[in-house]
Design a protein. Structure first.
Length: 655
């Protein structure tokens, strides 16, 4: 790894304007460096001060960081608080009528909910959950459309101390089943369906199917929100309508005070093995990270209209939709639909109509919008924007420049944020009023985040050489464990050779200014449209098809999605006789993967071979498959291959 050279050379530098620096929460590089120096001199004290200043504690903490059982770190352990109280109750005395959420539905209908109303609705639903016997520590699956109700469901779980696990509404019944059984959930909150791009799409049937697969005996309640009005199968024994449960309840619900280390949620993410891993986050440390990053990276101001386009099914929707903005008392936009319906101007019209000041989206969305109408933003009034952000994957410099010049009109800083499901909040990102920015780099670590780059032995590497990105010290918002699998947590994130540092799983290098550039994953996890997909999961789905004997998945660069999924498949029978038969079978297998995992995981290409390129010991040579997928000439040594003739066969593309 230490010999990896960066092939990207970017010399353009953009300084924040004097006006932006003047009003910024962190103003100028001297302020940033002073904060970093403070953290370096007294690391625990730095975070303790932030926790006392930022969070409302029911019982103040006296212990800041406990490293005695590393890497199972504990922060603020003897303190007690409630996340919902910190997000809602504290605003009732100061700004009850301030709009908390502007909801724009797929069809364009707009609903506004103020903090008083949101607090009352969260309390009603929390009381409804309690009436179903759901209590502190119980796990609740949330499988909902992007909506105010999804936020209410999450906040209500936090209010009563239940541990929520949100599953993205695009995942299949099998994926849902895996998460229900792993968490041993007692309840599922869902909807009849959702609207996307003018179409109603069912949700509840996937829940019904998941619950028939076995191992879900702990589920005693399925709460269904009526969104589309579609007919649904009904089980009187455990199904209950959201409105029936909700309307009967009081708008007052005393929060359940929990320890700072009480699990707030489990969020399942793909790993390099077939089993999804449940990333477990704490209450106090996680909320602190979400709030300080809102203040520092998004330079939050009370007058902002904040829009993060992420679904609540992902960590970005947790930290920068459900928790961070509400804890800061922000007004935010939540959008149900897709950026291309009814046309490719939808995002720009919404920014214009709602006077959005901070816009946070994924490079995938940016690339799609460039392709669908690079000049479209010029047709809308985007003058309300003051800050832009990206999340999910590195952004290529040319897309960054379009975002900066066309959308931001060369006046809005861009915060290119590097972080992960496991880190809970931003780790490396520009503080927009402090540092010059360069297209394509996430710049420098946040104050209190001690990041560096090492080789396989854990030794730091020189700047401009690639290596493993690690965080050297524990931080409050980090993953606490993998639910039910502490050994996997230790081996995956704190391997011995990293000497106690958190291994992020990304490769990176630093430039001459110390700025971090992310170069990609070091494991076999693909980043498709900002979604992390484990290759093993897709391979497992393909091999579960009765026609398939073996499969290997690799990624190849895609101008819009970041990476596309390429599948190499060996059938149990003969290869398809002709191109038409191959095309038909490829489509069947794509649909199979969509049903097993979800549409996002469908392979873009499937190639059939009589075998896969393997060494004589049976190891699949994935580097050769990556080269074939990219259309590159194979220059590597293939003398160790058991079957070199197979390479030509695998070059045939079936789309």
């Amino acid at each position: 790894m230490s010999n990896i050279q960066s092939i990207m050379h970017e010399n353009r530098v953009f300084n924040p304007s004097a006006d932006f620096v003047k009003q910024a929460n962190v103003s100028g590089m001297d302020s940033y460096r002073a904060m970093c120096d403070s953290a370096n001199k007294d690391y625990a004290g730095f975070w303790a001060n932030l926790a006392r200043e930022t969070l409302l504690w029911h019982k103040p903490f006296t212990k800041t960081l406990d490293e005695s059982k590393a890497p199972f770190y504990k922060w603020f352990e003897d303190g007690e608080l409630n996340v919902s109280y910190n997000c809602l109750d504290k605003h009732l005395a100061t700004q009850p009528e301030k709009t908390a959420i502007i909801f724009e539905a797929d069809d364009g209908k707009v609903t506004r909910v103020n903090y008083r109303e949101l607090h009352g609705r969260v309390c009603q639903f929390a009381n409804g959950l309690k009436s179903r016997g759901i209590k502190k520590g119980d796990r609740v699956i949330i499988y909902m459309p992007m909506s105010v109700e999804a936020v209410i469901a999450m906040q209500a779980c936090a209010r009563i101390g239940a541990i929520h696990s949100v599953v993205f509404g695009g995942f299949s019944s099998k994926s849902l089943h895996e998460r229900i059984t792993d968490a041993q959930a007692v309840a599922v909150i869902t909807a009849d369906g959702q609207f996307r791009g003018g179409k109603a799409m069912a949700l509840k049937p996937a829940v019904d199917e998941a619950l028939t697969m076995g191992g879900c005996e702990a589920v005693h309640s399925v709460i269904v929100y009526r969104r589309t009005g579609a007919e649904v199968q009904w089980n009187e024994q455990n199904n209950v309508w959201w409105h029936d449960l909700f309307n009967a309840q009081s708008t007052h619900c005393e929060p359940e005070w929990v320890g700072a280390e009480h699990p707030l949620f489990i969020l399942y993410t793909s790993g390099s093995t077939g089993k999804p891993k449940g990333v477990q986050h704490s209450t106090g440390g996680y909320l602190l990270g979400a709030m300080v990053s809102m203040k520092w990276v998004f330079d939050y101001k009370p007058t902002d209209i904040f829009w993060c386009t992420a679904d609540v099914g992902w960590i970005t929707g947790h930290s920068y939709v459900t928790y961070g903005p509400l804890a800061m008392g922000a007004t935010q936009l939540i959008f149900e639909g897709v950026p291309t319906y009814p046309d490719a101007g939808r995002f720009w019209k919404m920014i214009q109509d709602h006077k959005i000041t901070t816009f946070y989206t994924a490079p995938t969305a940016i690339r799609s919008l460039i392709k669908l109408g690079g000049d479209l933003p010029k047709q809308y009034d985007l003058s309300s924007l003051r800050l832009l952000g990206t999340v999910g994957e590195p952004i290529n410099p040319e897309a960054w420049m379009w975002y900066y010049t066309v959308v931001g009109q060369s006046r809005c800083p861009i915060v290119d944020t590097w972080w992960q499901t496991e880190t809970g909040c931003h780790m490396i990102a520009p503080l927009p009023g402090a540092m010059p920015i360069k297209p394509g780099t996430c710049t420098l670590p946040l104050p209190g985040i001690i990041a560096t780059i090492v080789n396989e032995a854990g030794d730091e590497v020189n700047d401009q050489h690639g290596g493993f990105l690690v965080i050297k010290k524990p931080f409050p918002s980090q993953i606490r464990t993998i639910w039910g699998d502490p050994e996997r947590y230790k081996k995956g994130y704190f391997p011995e050779e990293m000497r106690g540092a958190y291994l992020a799983g990304d490769s990176a290098h630093r430039d001459e200014d110390g700025y971090f550039w992310i170069m990609g994953r070091i494991d076999d996890v693909l980043n498709v449209s900002g979604h992390r997909l484990g290759t093993m999961e897709i391979e497992s789905a393909l091999v579960s098809n009765p026609l398939v004997a073996e499969a290997a998945i690799v990624g190849k660069p895609h101008e819009i999605k970041g990476e596309s999924v390429v599948a190499f498949v060996v059938l149990k029978g003969a290869r398809p006789a002709d191109a038409a038969a191959a095309k038909k079978l490829a489509e069947e297998l794509r649909n199979w993967v969509g049903k097993e995992i979800g549409p996002i995981a469908k392979p873009d290409e499937i190639r059939f071979g009589e075998n896969l390129p393997k060494t004589r010991s049976g190891k699949i040579m994935r580097r050769l498959l990556r080269a074939i997928a990219k259309g590159e000439e194979i220059t590597q040594d293939v003398s160790t291959l058991e079957n070199p003739a197979i390479l030509e066969q695998l070059k045939e593309v079936i789309r």
